[in-house]
Write a protein of this length. Sequence first.
Length: 535
Amino acid sequence: MLSKKTPNTLKDRKNALLSAIYIVVLLSFAILPLRVQAQPSAQELMEKGDSCRMVGKYKKALEYFQQAYDAPAVADDVNMQLQLLERIMRTHDVLRHWKEMPESSYRLFTLAKEHGDSAHTAMALMMQGKRLHILGKTQEGMRVCLHATEMMKRTNFEHKNHELVNFYAILAKLYCNEGNYGEALRMSDEQDRYIELSKDSHADDWYHRHLMRAKTIRLEILTKMGRLDEADSIYVKYGITPVIDPVSGTAVLSYYRARGMNDKVMLFLNTVKKNLCEDGDTTGRNMQRLMSDLGDTYYNMGDYQRAAEYYASTSRIADTLAARSLNNLTVEVHKAIDSERAIARKNVHLIIIVSCVVLLVVFILLMLYQTLMTRRKNHRMVATINRLMHYRDLVIQNGDRAEKSEGETADDTSDEELRRFKEVDKRIMKESLFTNPDFGRDDLIRLFGVDKNALPGLINRTTGTNVSGYINIKRMEYAAKLIKEHPNYTFEYIAELCGIKSSATFIRNFKAIYDMTPSEYRKQLNEAAATPPPR
């Protein structure tokens, strides 16, 4: 019975397998058109990029523009290529991609010249002139920018007036940056004129956005000229708000700082920071500049600890950018090596030698650059430490300038608590109580007059750290002072003077506070002392 059923069973299995294969093939042909249809077109990708750019998501916008440009359908559409290259170029400029922006502007210039498109040629020239101006070639850059502006005026481009609004905005900013305020105001007037000429051909939101750009740039020019009354009138009349804008940029900050509006400055910078984080641009040049601006703002506000933290973040981002640039260089070198191998396979030994030399050079450059970045970072940190030491000496001598004068009462419990903390903190620094190795929690409880449960909260609210962290900061501040004033002291002796029993612990704690070792700090001090003063 089994032998008779076996052939039928195999036949049934074979038929079932063929049926399953047939169904899978039919489903594949049915799903394939849906997949093809689901792929967005180049036009749709460009519109998505424009939408991202309108809300300040430039990194995401660049991804959409690049995808659209790489689409096969764009290869035969010159007009679409020009539009996408123009967007890619300007987005690189906003993201401060100093390598990619000139490359994209050159590609746009070459393609536009090849097809006789004067409008896009002018756009590429304007960006090239702006880049030259930023690099310090002010006269050449301004000449190129003015030539691009005149070229755009002579075109029959449909959106000519719209582009000229942006052109004159760039010119006004460039003239303002070089201190030629008369020309900057004249360019600002031209910007206003072309906004009015374009008003009827654009929606109201376009008109309002470009009007705010123009008035924000004029606000910066008047502020730098010292004409603050006129700047106040513009600020009030147009209700200028600190919005993120690729054209006017951070122009409004000049006015805020001139008027001491630190709350407005912080609101603007934190908004920019949030926007960069949402766009994923957390380690780019924009974030590096933002960290530096935040550090400067906190420093001007007298919050030196926060300033030092942001300056340290600026240094870390700079190191990341440097490493990224060197990694890109290494990738390009490897591509060149692979290309050479494909072309000359018979010269394998020669290519290996060349590859080793190139990699060695890249490694040496990497080490040199890393050393240079570390020295620059340490130099900035030494400057920060010097400022903190100066402030520490002032507190010891005269008290914190934020302390209340005699006879002034605290407004609430927190103010009284802060006043009490500053009194004890000054005494700790003045009497160097922390130099006792056994100085700790019990001593602080006695000095502050609080119980052991209240002490951690008091320290955290006033310093942002814990009890051991507070004591460690005091010891490291004193250590930095000793290193500077007594270059002949050993680190073991300095550790002992600071109340630290182990030199290894001292070195570890010093690096944790200042992001550099005591020996690196002393080396920076020696180099600064050996550098002759400028004549």
